[in-house]
Write a protein that binds this ligand. Structure first.
Ligand SMILES: [Zn+2]
Length: 208
């Protein structure tokens, strides 16, 4: 994992530098956990959708897009520890996030919703605008079903696979430690009820 070098370092050196082993490990695990939680929340959202449709007297008048987050895992390279075969935190050398490949050669990679705003990022004329609207609706489902605790944002990917999400929740959770990274913008979380615009999905699924 890389970060930008601070401006006052040697201008001849590369603009980016790799994190220290310990920081790289912590940040990579955080990224992987974001995907893990996002997958779980999206699964929870589809459970709500499927349960509602099963009990509804009529079929929904629109398609339900089928999206999920990429599968991912963390690979840790340990230094050889002399005299023991047991790997531990101090022997961590490098950490890698392994993510399912998104086929961007055959499918457009798009940002559907930004983490700074709860509205579709695509114009209504865009062929995948319906996906962006559907994802706005999933934010409303998550916010409502978790009693206003959390929703997913920074939603990007193709029409079937998403990656690199942001968990939006109150920054006060976990005693002010921003366990979900810097993209969890407290102001945006607070403003969600005003920012979100209910669409046909919200209406049909009778979200309050
Ligand atoms: Zn809504």
């Amino acid at each position: 994992m890389y970060r930008r070098r601070s401006k006052n370092t040697d201008s001849n050196s590369s603009a980016v530098t790799r994190y220290s082993y310990a920081d790289e490990y912590a940040l990579t695990v955080q990224e992987a956990n974001l995907l893990y939680w996002a997958s779980s929340l999206m699964g929870f959202t589809y459970s709500f959708i499927n349960h509602f449709i099963t009990n509804a007297p009529v079929e929904p008048p629109f398609n339900i897009p089928q999206l999920r987050f990429v599968h991912a895992g963390v690979a840790v390279v340990h230094d050889q520890v002399s005299g023991t075969n047991v790997a531990n935190v101090s022997s961590i050398h490098r950490t890698y996030l392994l993510e399912e490949l998104i086929d961007t050669e055959n499918e457009d990679f798009l940002k559907f919703i930004h983490n700074g705003n709860a509205l579709p990022l695509l114009p209504p004329s865009h062929p995948l605008y319906q996906i962006a609207e559907f994802l706005c609706f999933t934010q409303h489902v998550q916010y409502f079903k978790t009693d206003r605790a959390v929703f997913l944002s920074d939603l990007q990917g193709t029409k079937t696979l998403l990656t690199d999400p942001q968990i939006m929740t109150s920054p006060e959770i976990a005693g002010g430690n921003n366990i979900f990274g810097e993209g969890n913008v407290g102001k945006v979380f607070k403003e969600f009820p005003e920012q979100h615009a209910c669409n046909d999905y919200c209406e049909w699924f009778k979200l309050p």
